[in-house]
Each structure stands twice: as structure tokens, then as C-alpha cells.
Design a protein around this ligand. Structure first.
Ligand SMILES: [Fe+2]
Length: 351
């Protein structure tokens, strides 16, 4: 997803939203030769704008993260039990967005989130993609979605996370998948091939869909465009295909942020476990954006999935029944171990 981190976590503070790195680059930030042959997943990625990279983490390591995420949900003491589906309701869970995306409560800086961001095999994906070791990461959330929740209404919300004014490949999103994720287990739905048609689609004036989950207008999302049904058809008519991405524990998925996508709720009996991760070259960031990242890191605020710009410190308090959630906390339960690598990825320490 993951820049739409608001609806249930609406702010209680009247301060204006501020966003750093607001410049819109109108070209690719890196030149990729269309005819180059990589001999690995990059060939598929550059062709279709998305790719699943298999077995990035071992099954055991993926299970470790599933366990950590469940442990985290239980730390709120709201009666959640992963073995008792009757407790899979909002009353027993911390406040999330779209039924399972967690951005508040310091979640984006939990030790487990930073452990995932510093997994060598995950960092290596972004090093290969951008062809540099000098990367910075977003402080994005995780997704733990229980299947068949009766207390949620849901409808597809096809969107892309790049402003139409930004042209070319400027960010590539991803997540590490921790649990088995087959056709009934919800998750990522992508319009394969849509990134390449971004300029053509937006060469005409397009109106955003008025979706029930659209962020409130006072929150200026610079990098979000909600598509309507006609737009979905436009991409299908131009040879794209809407696919639900199936993944095994330890698989990683990458997609160009110009790609139309959304997340579906699970309908089987498997809980979905995901950590969103995104890295871009540090050289893309302005000093102002790096300063904003430092603030977010120090205060345990999350960001959008954009590592180098659109750094919108998310300091909103989670709201429950019109009040700040009584379980609100401003820091992680388990703080990350601060290493040079963490500080570099956070943008605080230069390379
Ligand atoms: Fe998204």
C-alpha cells in the first residue's frame, strides 16, 4: 500500500501537516537500459514493473516474524487470541487501517521491523535494484490481517502510490511475506504492466475515484491516486492484467510505485503476515528530507513508503470510538538495536 495510513488513525492535533521533499521530479531518477539483460529477477521486474523474489528468508525465519507479530498484538492486552477467531475483532486488536495495516503505537520502529529492514538478503534486493549500497529506507508499517472478519466492510480500492506529476521510476515498493499466502489468503492485487502506461494514462486529465477509504482532504497525500472502475478497464484494454500475487513464507514482492494495486482481505483460515519495506538511494534525498527522517526516527513516527521524499511524519494518535485509543503509546514495546547500519538506512548517518 502504503501511503494511505490515516483513516482510523486520524489526528487529534490541529497542527498543519507538513511534508518534506515535496519537489516533483519529472524524470526517471536512474537510467535503466531497456535492452540490458541481467540474468536474474530484474529482467522480469523491468519488463512488467513487478516481481516476486522467492525464498529471500528461510521458512524458519519467516515463522519467527509471524510469532513476533502475534506477540505484538497480544501485548496490548485486549484479549486477542490468534487461536480464537471470536477475538478477531476491532475490540481485541490495536487500531489498524484497512483491517490489518499497523502504523501507530511506534509499530514502524519495533525491533522486529528494523530486524526485517536489515536482513542481508532484503537489503541486497534493493542494492541490486538501484545498483548502489548507499540506501535509505522508509519507516513503513506491517500488515497482520485475520481472515473472515465480520466487523469490517471492504471494497477494492485500486490506487497507485506515485503522484501523476512524478514521471518515471522514482520508487519501488515491496514487502516481505511471512505466512503462506494462496488464492484465498488475501493480499496484494496488482495491475501487471500498468507502471509502463503511467504517462499515457495521465496524459489526459483524470479525476480520482471518490472511494469511502480516500484520505480526508485536509491530509495532503502527494503520492496517492485512487482509480475508478473505468480506469481499471482502461488498463485492461491496454493489455494489463489484474493479478492476485500468491506467495510463500520468506518470499519478497517488489512493484514500481506507478503500478495500480490494492490489498485484499483474507477469506481462508490463514492469518496474513507482512512487513512493508522500501529503500531508495540516499542521493535522491534532499538535506531537508533527511532532517525530517531524523525527527521521525527519534520520535518513533512512521512515514509513507517513500524513503527519500514525501517524508510525512505520521504522528497521528490512533482513534477508537471517537477517542484516542486507551492503549496509545508513543514508542515501540521492543526498541530496535541501534547499529551503524540502522542509522545509515534511517538517513541519519552518511555512508
Ligand atoms: Fe499502496
Amino acid at each position: 500500500m502504503s501511503s494511505t495510513q490515516t483513516t482510523e488513525t486520524a489526528t487529534t492535533e490541529a497542527k498543519p501537516f507538513f511534508t518534506y521533499g515535496a519537489q516533483f521530479e519529472n524524470k526517471d531518477l536512474v537510467d535503466f537500459d531497456e535492452n540490458r539483460h541481467y540474468g536474474d529477477w530484474r529482467d522480469e521486474f523491468h519488463k512488467t514493473g513487478c516481481v516476486v523474489i522467492k525464498n529471500v528468508l528461510s521458512k524458519e525465519r519467516a515463522q519467527y516474524y509471524c510469532d513476533k507479530q502475534i506477540e505484538w498484538l497480544k501485548k496490548f492486552d485486549l484479549g486477542f487470541d490468534e487461536k480464537a477467531p471470536e477475538t478477531w475483532t476491532a475490540d481485541h486488536l490495536p487500531v489498524s487501517f484497512k483491517g490489518g495495516m499497523y502504523f501507530a503505537y511506534g509499530a514502524t520502529h519495533e525491533k522486529m521491523a528494523w530486524e526485517a529492514r536489515t536482513e542481508p538478503a532484503i537489503v541486497e534486493i534493493f542494492e541490486k535494484l538501484w545498483e548502489t549500497k548507499e540506501l535509505i529506507c522508509s519507516f513503513d508499517g506491517m500488515n497482520v490481517s485475520m481472515p473472515n472478519r465480520k466487523d469490517l466492510s471492504w471494497s477494492p480500492w485500486p490506487h497507485c502510490d506515485q503522484n501523476p506529476e512524478r514521471k518515471g521510476m522514482q520508487a519501488v515498493q515491496g514487502f516481505i511475506n511471512y505466512a503462506p499466502n494462496g488464492p484465498k489468503d488475501g493480499g496484494l492485487v496488482l495491475m501487471k504492466g500498468s507502471a509502463k502506461l503511467f504517462n499515457e494514462f495521465f496524459s489526459e486529465k483524470r479525476e480520482q475515484d471518490d472511494h469511502e477509504d480516500a484520505p480526508p482532504p485536509e491530509i495532503k497525500f502527494m503520492d496517492l491516486f485512487l482509480f475508478n472502475k473505468k480506469d481499471v478497464k482502461w488498463f485492461e484494454d491496454h493489455g494489463c492484467e489484474l493479478v492476485k500475487v500468491d506467495m510463500e513464507p520468506g518470499d519478497f514482492v517488489l512493484w514500481d510505485s506507478r503500478t495500480m494495486h490494492y490489498a485484499k482481505l483474507p477469506e481462508g483460515d490463514q492469518i496474513r503476515h507482512v512487513q512493508y519495506i522500501c529503500m531508495t538511494p540516499r542521493r535522491f534525498a534532499t538535506p531537508e528530507a533527511l532532517e525530517a527522517k531524523k525527527l521521525c526516527f527519534e520520535k518513533y513516527y512512521g512515514t509513507t513508503h517513500w524513503p527519500h521524499c514525501n517524508v510525512r511524519p505520521s504522528s497521528e494518535k490512533p482513534m477508537r470510538n471517537g477517542q484516542v485509543c486507551p492503549k496509545y503509546r508513543a514508542e515501540p514495546f521492543e526498541k530496535p538495536v541501534i547499529t551503524d547500519q540502522v542509522l545509515r538506512l534511517a538517513g541519519i548517518k552518511p555512508y
